[in-house]
Write a protein that binds this ligand. Sequence first.
Ligand SMILES: [Zn+2]
Length: 477
Amino acid sequence: MDSAGTPTPDDASVPYSHIFPIGYSNSSDCGYCRGARSGQSRKRFSYYAVATSLTPDFYQKLVDRCWRRSGTLLYRPNQKNSCCPHYTLRLDATGFKPTKDQRQAVNRFNKFVLGEAYSKEAARLCPRSREEIKKRDNEFDLVARVSESEFQSLKTPPLPAHNLVVTLEHDTFSEEKYEVFENYQRLVHKEPADKISRNGFKRFLCNSPLTRETLTGADGKEKKLGSYHQCYRLDGKLVAMGVLDLLPHCVSAVYFMYHESIRSHNPGKLGALREISLALDAEYRWWYSGFYIHSCPKMRYKVDYSPQYVLDPETLEWDVLDKEALAIFDKKPYVSLSRERKQQEEEREEEEERGKEEEKDGEKESTSSTSDTDEVPGVVSDGNGNDSGGDDEAFLFHSNMPGIPSLEDMKQVDMDNLLLRSDYSDECFLASQLVVWDTESIGEYGNLKSRIAELVAAIGPDLVSEFCVDFRRKNRM
Ligand SMILES: [Zn+2]
């Protein structure tokens, strides 16, 4: 492999992604179906890793392969082996049409912020023409409307009833932010007080491993990359905050919290619309609302924002998540839309073949109005038949996880030039320099080489030159 021009972690000027492999495991505690479907066993198998440094470009590739982060913890869920399969969603902000409900939430909040006196006085000072009013009623310009009541976009005097300021800030900890988090977790999330801590907040929502950069477009517009806190201050008080990962092609929503005092204003909706507007305005294009769990009613709101796309765990291609697709999710716990399509096509072809045969038999055209239900048993068994216990359950290559290359495929992958880091050397080195590299086999669970191969498989062998496997002790959980 020609590594000329490939950045190395030693070159301080080049940000680089550093990842420590944890492994494939089950989290028997599932917060999504706790108690709700007690008959079913709770299992959520995922592959886990820790990132100590992550470039926005690399993380974009990861989120487009079903990965997501929680603090520095990275995980890729196995949708086939989960009580609540997690699917990656994204919304195309350029094609987004807000619903009546969504438009109303923005309009009402603007009205509240500006106040009646301001609106009347502003209308008197600079009246809108009949055409402007008509246009405003017919067109909902999301970017303009969402920022309409922000103080900096107002002509003053007169003064609005409330002063609204929205800023994008670095994702650092502050007592002001923690207060909103604490209030939200306790009163909205109903989390017990002893479970809410500054450390938890810091670990989960501050100081992300993403590196930061700012791009400037041809039009001079700034595009920030990295982790940010979008802070909403009303009359000087922080009342809501969106935790965002800004990546080359998306605004990825990590978390959204608000203070109880603004609960009646539909803050969740306002936050989502503000983030979609950011995706549109700064040309990220896509808004990722986080994992979607079809069986979890709390997540259904995500589908209210459309056009929504779902990532196929097998092909890693995006499919429209429309009514038709949702109907398939209603019927099956695990869905690969590409496989569904293929199956439907095959059925159609079979039907056509049958039609031809029937025609040959001289029969009249039979319009089959009674279509079969889609309940076709999957070609591939959903369970992973390795109940022999032991290490098998924890070996990624025995997991039957969608989108993961097989052990045989991995044996063909050249990992010799993969960069590694350890406590024993200041510099990074190549995997092939490991003493055990030529003696260990990736098929043996638990050895160093197979752990590395699991990580490469979970990330994708095509990205083998884009990250460094970081074994330094300070980076472990
Ligand atoms: Zn569950």
